[in-house]
Design a protein. Structure first.
Length: 347
C-alpha cells in the first residue's frame, strides 16, 4: 500500500486491505490469508454519511470503512481542522475550548489523537526512507529549555534534530533537568520538601540526545560520513561516538556566537524559534507552560508533522514542504488529507 495515499479511490470505493481487529490470526506472520465479505452499511449520526460495513472471514469480527479512518469514533469530527490550527498557532487548550465551543477534555483528547497519528506517520516515513537508502544532508541538533509547573524547580530540556538545509525535523524528545541553583525562601523549602519525598530530579538530557542521534544513525544515508553540527556541549561528542562510531563528522560552534544568518547553527536556532512561536507551551514565562512534559512531547509531534508535511517550506516556496524537498515524501499534505486515514501496522 502507498503510505501517502493508501486508498486513492476514497471511502466510496473502499476495499479493506487487512483485518483491523487486533490479534486477528490473518495479521500474524504465516497466518491464514485475509478474506472479507460485505455486511451492508450504517449511517453515522454525527454527519449522516452512509458507511459500508464488512466482516472478516478469519476472526469473524465485523468492521467498517470508518475503522480505517482517522476520525474513527469521533463524535464531533468538525472540530478537527480548528483544533489542529490552534495546536500549531500558539493557542492554549483553554482558549481553544472557549473559541471553538467545546470542553477542555475534548481538546486534550484531540491533541493526543493528533500526536499519535503524527508520530506514527513520521515513523513510517523514516522507516521507508531508511529502506530506500537513507536521508542525505547536513544535520544539526540543539536543546530548547522550558519547564513544567515551576520554572526554577522543574526545568525541562527538549533536544530537536533537523536536516539543516531543508529544515526537516527528524526527531525530538523531552527530558527533565535538575532544579536551578541559587534557590532561597519558599522555593528552596519546596525543593527540600520534594527531595524528602524521594522526588529527586536528575538530568535526562544525555539520554534524550542519545535517542535523537539513534534515530539519525538509523535513517542517515550510508554513503559517506554523516555531517553533524552542534554547540560545544561536551556530551554531544561522546553520545555521537556511542551511537555512530566512525560514521560522522562533528562540527561545533559556540552558543555565544550572535544568532544571525551567518551563524553556523542558524537553521536549528530558527527552527527552535519557530517552535516557540507555534506552541503555546513554549511561550516564555506564562501560565501556558506545560504542566506535564509528556503532553509537551505529544504537542511536539503535532508540530513536527505540520512543519515537515503540511506547512510550506518558506513563504516563497509555499507549494513544497520540507518533507518533499528532503526526498522522503512525494506530495504536500493538507490538514484534511493528512488526517484522513489511520496509520495501521503491517499495512
Amino acid at each position: 500500500m502507498d503510505l501517502e495515499n493508501p486508498f486513492p479511490n476514497g471511502w466510496r470505493e473502499f476495499t479493506p486491505p487487512r483485518c483491523p481487529v487486533p490479534h486477528c490470526p490473518s495479521t500474524a506472520p504465516g497466518g491464514p490469508r485475509f478474506s472479507f465479505c460485505s455486511q451492508g452499511s450504517y449511517r453515522r449520526k454525527c454527519d449522516g454519511r452512509t458507511v459500508p460495513r464488512f466482516g472478516c472471514g478469519v476472526c469473524k469480527r465485523s468492521f467498517s470503512v470508518q475503522t480505517f479512518r482517522f476520525n474513527y469514533r469521533l463524535h464531533r469530527p468538525e472540530l478537527m481542522a480548528p483544533l489542529f490550527d490552534a495546536f500549531v498557532s500558539k493557542t492554549t487548550q483553554r482558549q481553544a475550548a472557549r473559541t471553538i465551543l467545546c470542553r477542555r477534555d475534548t481538546v486534550r483528547r484531540y491533541l493526543l489523537r493528533f500526536a499519535e497519528h503524527s508520530r506514527d506517520f513520521h515513523s513510517a516515513v523514516l522507516d521507508r526512507a531508511a529502506e530506500r537508502g537513507g536521508i542525505k544532508g547536513h544535520f544539526q541538533l540543539d536543546e530548547l529549555e522550558t519547564f513544567e509547573q515551576n520554572r526554577r524547580l522543574k526545568p525541562v530540556t527538549m533536544p530537536v534534530l533537523i536536516e539543516s538545509e531543508m529544515r526537516f525535523a527528524l526527531h525530538g524528545e523531552t527530558a527533565p533537568l535538575p532544579p536551578r541553583g541559587g534557590l532561597h525562601g519558599r522555593t528552596l523549602e519546596k525543593k527540600l520538601e520534594l527531595e524528602g519525598k524521594g522526588l529527586v530530579r536528575t538530568s535526562g538530557s544525555r539520554e534524550a540526545v542519545k535517542q535523537c542521534f539513534a534515530v539519525l544513525a538509523r535513517v542517515a544515508s550510508k554513503e559517506g560520513k554523516v555531517d553533524v553540527t552542534t554547540d560545544m556541549k561536551s556530551s554531544y561528542a561522546t553520545v555521537l561516538e556511542e551511537t555512530m562510531p566512525g560514521r560522522y563528522v562533528h562540527t561545533t560552534c559556540s552558543s555565544r556566537v550572535e544568532r544571525s544568518t551567518s551563524n553556523p547553527l542558524f537553521a536549528i536556532n530558527h527552527t527552535l524559534a519557530m517552535l516557540r512561536d507555534g506552541l503555546s507551551r513554549l511561550v516564555r514565562r506564562s501560565w501556558g507552560a506545560s504542566k506535564d512534559r509528556a503532553w509537551l512531547a505529544h504537542h511536539l509531534w503535532i508540530w513536527i508533522a505540520y512543519r515537515n508535511y503540511i506547512r510550506g517550506f518558506t513563504n516563497r516556496k509555499s507549494r513544497e514542504t520540507s518533507g518533499q524537498l528532503v526526498g522522503v515524501v512525494a506530495r504536500r499534505f493538507t490538514k484534511s488529507n493528512f488526517f484522513e486515514w489511520r496509520v495501521l501496522p503491517n499495512l
